[in-house]
Design a protein around this ligand. Structure first.
Ligand SMILES: Nc1ncnc2c1ncn2[C@@H]1O[C@H](COP(=O)(O)OP(=O)(O)OP(=O)(O)O)[C@@H](O)[C@H]1O
Length: 989
């Protein structure tokens, strides 16, 4: 395909790729390249980068310009985009037929000013690290005034924008200023490289240290301890791609990332910070992801800009009770230099940008992040958590790159302000589930069976999006395939499979889960008590003494639920941890259900997490459930720990709910009295009910004229999951009967397929139809399928930005077409193509009370629009139709117009940003003329010229019902706009 044609066809994709991060940096970098290539002149540049105009408008201007310049220009543009964008964001964009590289074209032999222009992209990168110094030189030389210096240094500019601003100024100054900048850069590079060369790579002891550190990182990262207990898998064999995203930004588009992008520039929101946060739910794969990054570094396959990588585990740092200096932290916790410690540490301090620290599991640290106590000296000793906080915020060892992982709940605003960016880890995609099982199960026939069994049970498929659950399901294939109809539905079911798996392995005869529990009750109780104690005190690593205290024997350890801690810095005594922290929660929950030692306040305290946060007194703290000898530590420590503990306490409570469900109660009958189990079960139901009511009571009164709406908090989602685990529709019904709202808002709540299963289970019992708003979550096609059981009680569904494809839509439409209440759907920013329009067309034909269809910002072309028009022709109820940001073009607009011209219901139509042009405008004028219900028509950004607007004006003369026609950002001069505004005030420019 010719590049010009390619650019036109993929215009929307290119626009999104350049702008969806919400930051102008991709566009700016593409402009740098095109300027350097001489493809854009300064006037072009200024016509694109218009201050105060939106990023999307600037990008559109660039697209228009290169398109009109022709084939070669389009080719260079596309190659520049390819060079600038991270790999994952380029998916879906075609680059074929474009020059393969732009490198090597820079005109280095030209006079300084030309060199400055030709090397603009690399100079921007270099200058942003030394902007103050180069400005000083220019002022000293009299090339810049202090006002000009201040203008460049304006804090509203990011460092790269400051660099561009400097280059733009220098350009207007001429040859001498340009030469000064080039000389400055050259001198700086020479001295840096001499230093690096001499200090690092030519220092023998440093090289030895690098090798030693590298082999210790390799030893820690090449194997993954799996749920086979003793057997280990090579990480390279089993690591499967996970979904990484940037947080939803102002334009609300999912931005997918690759592994390298974690430390790369993509998504940077604070260029002065050095810390990247990777956040994700329990078991979403954070530790494994870091492990993979470490391994790639050791293998020389990634992160090669860093000469040293220091990996830390916050879990292990909890066991460090001494005060340490940074130097001791690095050397004692990661790798000890055999000689020349002073010199090596000095080299590290001198080259912070060549060093990477990783901190796994910030949520597991006993102290919540705070930045009140500043440390500045790397030799000053302080408690380890303080060192860590100072490293993260950059007051210690500024310039060292840090990657930190954490569960989302433990990340407060105090930490966020020190982040250069946040990356969200969303577990496996459906494709990754498939790949993982095939990697994990070498026997391909068995893998196919396991996958078939997962696909056949959508609740289980939803659960498998969490890598830890997917791993258990695959590991416990015998249990899974042997359970027939009773295939796992809940998280408790999945974890019980692993219990069965390990115990059965040590049993001579085939036993049921209940029987195995009975046989191994002592093991369950001692492991349970150990786990329970750990959860209540934020302890995840246990010593021999801990094991002894709680009666965990050698035989219990051999069962496989505990693994030996692999930290090399701890003293030589053995330490243990549960295979995964969720496994510790599982055993803690078993203990709560089975133990007769705990008082009856344990369950209420476990569920009163909200209260614990509001009151800071230890009497309501879960820790109070422990025997008094375990209640060490002061109240301050407890308060600091509360935020970090909450997620694990919530997971424990979720397991307790599952274990005490009617379905599973029979499992405990041989281990404890049924009266006690029933009593505990009633307690759980009461706690959930109380928690929900508290949530409902907090709903503010509706503003006059607005619907009563509830914005759910994270606790709501957790309680809903507890109800689902209980699998008691009576409880769900009872709880939901007290919710009286018209609109339920669960935006930005981390709703994935598992949460959708729970939501549908509970919401289907609502008494009155609601609008369900799930914008900006990770629902996906599997989640959509999970939501189907509650569609009959939804009158509207909002799924903006949820990674939904045509496949999800197919299933959704088949269901909602039968739901009388269902009238509105909004699906902006998903991954829909023309293939979904036949389903919407079917919906429109068959549902004559349907009111609103919004499909903005997807990939619908003229073919899709034609298909949709078929449905529109036969529909008599639709009032709102939104197709902004698709690519329906003039042919699509003509089809839509012809279908709607006789509509008696349509009130609002948006075709913004669809390239409808004058032909489209002409066709739409018939809708203005003939559709007597239409009030608003949106045609912003559609390449319409004066001739097209004339058609609209003529039509408006015959219409009194249309109130406004939006025509911003079309191809009209300001004179034309002024004139037409006078002629027809309903036109909005
Ligand atoms: N990318 C992956 N490929 C293969 N297996 C994975 C991957 N990510 C996670 N797993 C499996 O899931 C398990 C749990 O993952 P991991 O410990 O990395 O999660 P986590 O997000 O760090 O959990 P937590 O927040 O509870 O510490 C791993 O032990 C591994 O077996």
């Amino acid at each position: 395909m010719f590049t010009q044609e390619l650019l036109l066809k993929q215009r929307t994709e290119f626009l999104h790729a350049l702008c969806s991060s919400g930051s102008g940096q991709h566009l700016e970098r593409v402009l740098d390249i095109l300027l350097a290539k001489g493809e854009l002149g300064w006037e072009d540049y200024q016509s694109i980068q218009v201050p105060g105009r939106t990023l999307y408008s600037n990008a559109r201007q660039l697209l228009d310009l290169v398109y009109t310049k022709g084939e070669e220009s389009c080719g260079l543009f596309i190659t520049a985009v390819e060079q600038v964008l991270p790999e994952a964001q380029r998916a879906g964009l075609s680059f074929s037929g474009c020059p393969s590289s732009l490198e090597g074209n820079e005109q280095t032999q030209s006079p300084s000013a030309e060199t400055l222009l030709a090397q603009r992209p690399s100079l921007v990168l270099k200058l942003q690290h030394c902007i103050d110094d180069v400005l000083e030189v220019l002022v000293e030389l009299g090339q810049f005034s202090s006002e000009e210096r201040d203008e460049v240094q304006l804090p509203v500019h990011t460092p790269s924008q400051q660099a561009r601003c400097l280059l733009d100024h220098v350009r207007s100054k001429g040859e001498a200023a340009a030469a000064a900048v080039l000389q400055f850069i050259q001198q700086r590079e020479e001295s840096e490289s001499q230093l690096s060369q001499k200090n690092l790579t030519q220092t023998k002891e440093f090289l030895k240290y690098q090798k030693k550190l590298s082999s210790s990182v390799s030893a820690q990262s090449c194997f993954l301890s799996t749920y086979g207990g003793t057997n280990h898998m090579a990480l390279d064999d089993v690591f499967t791609e996970v979904q990484l995203e940037l947080p939803h930004n102002s334009v609300g588009v999912h931005t997918a990332l690759g592994l390298e992008d974690i430390v790369g520039p993509v998504g940077t929101v604070n260029e002065n910070a050095d810390t990247v946060l990777v956040s994700g739910e329990a078991g979403s794969g954070k530790s494994t992801l870091l492990q993979k990054l470490h391994l790639l570094w050791v293998q020389g396959l990634a992160l090669q800009d860093f000469v040293l990588l220091f990996p830390f585990s916050c879990r292990r740092l909890n066991s460090e009770h001494r005060e340490l200096s940074v130097r001791e932290l690095l050397f004692e916790h990661c790798c000890w230099p055999d000689r020349e410690q002073e010199e090596i540490f000095q080299l590290i301090l001198d080259h912070p940008h060549l060093i990477l620290f990783t901190f796994d599991g910030l949520d597991e640290l006993k102290h919540s992040f705070f930045d009140e106590r500043r440390l500045c000296s790397p030799t000053q000793r302080a408690p380890v958590h303080l060192l860590l906080f100072n490293l993260i915020q950059g007051s210690l060892m500024k310039g060292v790159r840090k990657v930190v992982t954490s569960r989302p709940e433990a990340v407060g605003s105090g930490l966020k302000k020190h982040l250069c960016k946040e990356v969200l880890l969303k577990g496996f995609s459906p494709l990754s589930i498939d790949r993982f099982v095939r990697k994990h199960q070498r026997n391909s026939a068995l893998a196919a069976k396991v996958l078939e069994s997962i696909q056949a049970n959508t609740a289980l498929l939803g659960l498998c999006h969490s890598p830890v659950l997917c791993c258990i399901v695959s590991q416990c294939h015998k249990e899974l395939l042997g359970c027939g109809e009773g295939s796992p539905q809940t998280i408790a079911d999945v974890y019980l499979m692993i219990l069965q798996h390990f115990f059965q392995h040590h049993s001579m005869v085939k036993r049921s889960v209940g029987g195995l529990l009975q046989d191994n009750l002592e093991t369950v109780l001692s492991l349970g008590q150990l786990a329970f104690k750990g959860i209540a005190t934020t302890c995840y690593i246990f010593s021999d003494t801990d094991l002894e205290t709680y009666g965990v024997t050698e035989k219990d350890v051999c069962m496989g639920f505990l693994t030996q801690s692999k930290d090399m810095s701890l003293d030589h005594s053995k330490h243990y941890e549960f295979l995964h922290v969720t496994m510790q929660c599982f055993f803690a929950a078993l203990y709560i259900v089975l133990s007769s030692q705990l008082d009856c306040a344990t369950i209420p305290k476990l569920f009163e997490l909200q209260d614990r946060r509001e009151t800071d007194h230890s009497s309501t703290c879960f820790k109070a459930c422990l025997p008094s000898s375990d209640q060490q530590g002061n109240i301050l420590e407890e308060r600091a720990a509360t935020a970090a503990e909450t997620p694990n306490l919530q997971i424990t409570a979720t397991f307790v709910s599952g274990f005490l469900s009617q379905r599973l109660q029979r499992l405990w009958l041989h281990c404890c009295s049924s009266a006690v189990v029933e009593k505990k079960s009633r307690q759980v139901a009461r706690c959930i009910s109380k928690g929900m009511q508290k949530h409902f009571k907090s709903i503010p009164r509706p503003v006059q004229g607005e619907k009563k709406s509830m914005h759910a908090m994270p606790e709501f989602v957790w309680l809903i999951k507890c109800i689902y685990e209980m699998q008691e529709s009576r409880l769900a019904k009872d709880v939901m009967s007290k919710l009286q709202v018209d609109h339920l808002k669960l935006t930005y709540c981390n709703i994935g397929p598992v949460e959708c299963t729970a939501l549908a289970y509970v919401l289907q019992h609502l008494k009155k139809p609601v609008g369900l708003q799930l914008d900006n979550n990770s629902v996906g096609d599997v989640g959509v399928e999970q939501l189907l059981p509650c569609m009959h009680i939804c009158n509207s569904l909002y799924l903006r930005n949820n990674n939904i494809t045509d496949e999800g839509i197919h299933k959704l439409i088949a269901k909602v077409i039968q739901c009388e209440n269902f009238q509105k759907i909004a699906l902006f920013n998903n991954r829909l193509t023309d293939a979904c329009t036949q389903h919407f067309s079917h919906l429109l034909k068959n549902k004559q009370n349907f009111l609103s269809l919004r499909l903005g910002n997807n990939n619908i072309t003229s073919d899709g629009a034609k298909q949709l028009a078929e449905g529109l022709k036969q529909n008599h109820s639709l009032q709102y139709l939104g197709l902004w940001g698709n690519r329906i073009g003039d042919a699509g607009a003509e089809a839509i117009a012809s279908a709607l011209e006789s509509s008696k219901s349509l009130v609002w139509l948006s075709l913004v940003g669809n390239g409808v042009g004058n032909a489209g405008a002409c066709a739409l004028s018939t809708v203005i003329r003939n559709c007597t219900s239409l009030e608003e028509l949106w045609l912003t950004e559609n390449c319409i010229t004066r001739a097209g607007v004339e058609h609209l004006i003529q039509a408006l003369k015959q219409s009194t019902h249309v109130k406004s026609v939006w025509l911003k950002n079309n191809n009209l001069s300001s004179e034309e706009v002024e004139e037409m505004k006078q002629t027809e005030p309903r036109l909005i420019f």
